[in-house]
Design a protein around this ligand. Structure first.
Ligand code: NAD
Ligand code: AHE
Ligand code: ZN
Length: 374
């Protein structure tokens, strides 16, 4: 079949909207009509050329929602007409990682996914006979896409596609980092670095978990109001203080010994220097720092080992530790029940033709999430 898609033709180049060819689903695969897709900073990261796994030409996008149109042989868990959210972290429920119950990082199809291919090693997309690569197993910047059935969460059909697409990455990553990875307890003190599409969801996750002090950190002062909107109690602009680590340690001093530091800190920037700051303002003895941001090829994190010897814990999280087929439908229900907010974070809705504007708005710091509707 033919479908409209935004094609990433090369690193650093604008996406090109065109008609491409899409083969139907093979065994274990599902054809999905994508109704809406968010633009995540990770799409920009890969498009920029910073992603070691970046491969072109490809159809990017990994934050979608849509409807099942057709299924290949052997597909049992979804059927035509089901509403689904594509999962860049699938859940096969059979691999050693899924069975371990210790991680959400299913390994069933990770190798081919990283090569931009379907599990059988081929691509379903092409244009003029030239192969186009898939992206993160999703390729939601295409009106129609093919995914393995283990990479689809079946969700409430009443939920609006143009809002729940954000659960395909940003919402789940931010809230999941708090609930699944850090397991934040009521009354905790936290600092969130980077108040974009991910950081604001960390903030609403902290509010949900009952954190007392939620410090937001961003170099863009416009983000103060945004953070407060979702539960942030204090704001720091690192450009306006001498030392952001000392500032946060000072703000969080408590108890008889007056030792400061946050119980939990989160990096939502992808900047390795910020990751160090986030670790070093975590509380001595128990503070946990969660790396969410994705850093470019060749970037490394550093700190004095003494920071870890004295009890700080450095952790990372992918997709908020969520097991997609199990957890994503629940998060959609939380949204439908009004337990979490999504609508105000979707600042821009665009047609596919204007997808590059969504990237421009992100660069300019003017959007929280831009969503493309088909
Ligand atoms: P975004 O562009 O919407 O937000 C980034 C925010 O960080 C902006 O508000 C920006 O002003 C702020 N910032 C930049 N430099 C800063 C600094 N030095 N100190 C403090 N704040 C600073 O991006 P996003 O969509 O929220 O994504 C954030 C990061 O999370 C990206 O690296 C993205 O690739 C990554 N990500 C990771 C996962 C995961 O599963 N681990 C999932 C989604 C996104
Ligand atoms: N391909 C990159 C890493 C990119 C990365 O870390 N991706 C996150 C999701 S970001 C979503 O916006 C992730 O899930 N990582 C786990 C995984 O298995 O990819 C690189 O550095 O090679
Ligand atoms: Zn993402």
């Amino acid at each position: 079949m033919k479908t409209r898609a935004a094609v990433a033709v090369g690193a650093g180049k604008p996406l090109e909207v065109m008609e491409v060819d899409l083969e139907g689903p093979r065994a274990g695969e599902v054809l999905v009509e994508v109704k809406a897709t968010g633009i995540c900073h990770t799409d920009e990261f890969t498009l920029s050329g910073a992603d070691p796994e970046g491969i072109f030409p490809a159809i990017l996008g990994h934050e979608g929602a849509g409807v099942v149109v057709d299924v290949g042989p052997g597909v049992e868990s979804v059927k035509k007409g089901d509403h689904v959210i594509p999962l860049y972290t699938p859940e096969c429920r059979q691999c050693p990682s899924c069975l371990s119950r210790k991680t959400n990082l299913c390994t069933a199809i990770r190798a081919t996914q990283g090569q931009g291919l379907m599990p059988d090693g081929s691509s379903r997309f092409s244009v003029g006979g030239e192969k186009l690569f898939h992206y993160m197993g999703c390729s939601t910047f295409s009106n129609f896409t093919v995914l393995p059935e283990i990479a689809l969460a079946k969700v409430n059909p009443d939920a609006p596609f143009d809002k729940i697409c954000y659960i395909g990455c940003g919402v789940t990553t931010g809230i999941g980092a708090v609930i699944n990875t850090a397991r934040v307890e009521a009354g905790a003190t936290a600092a969130v670095f980077g108040l974009g599409g991910i950081g604001l969801n960390v903030i609403q996750g902290l509010r949900l978990a009952g954190a007392d002090m939620i410090i937001g950190v961003d170099i863009n002062n416009d983000k103060k109001e945004w953070g407060e909107r979702f539960g942030m109690t204090h704001f720091v602009n690192p450009k306006e203080v001498d030392d952001v680590v000392a500032e946060i340690v000072n703000m969080t001093k408590r108890g008889a010994d007056q030792i400061g530091g946050a119980d939990y800190t989160f990096d939502c920037t992808g900047n390795v220097k910020v990751m160090r700051q986030a670790l070093e303002c975590a509380h001595r003895g128990w503070g946990e720092s969660i790396v969410i941001g994705v850093a470019g090829a060749g970037q490394e994190i550093a700190t004095r080992p003494f920071q870890l010897v004295t009890g700080r814990v450095w952790k990372g999280t992918a997709f908020g530790g969520a097991r997609g087929r199990t957890d994503v439908p629940k998060i959609v229900d939380w949204y439908m029940d009004g337990k979490i907010e999504i609508d105000p974070m979707i600042t821009h809705t665009l047609p596919l033709e204007d997808i590059n504007k969504g990237f421009d708005l992100m660069h300019e710091g003017k959007s929280i999430r831009s969503v493309v509707v088909f």
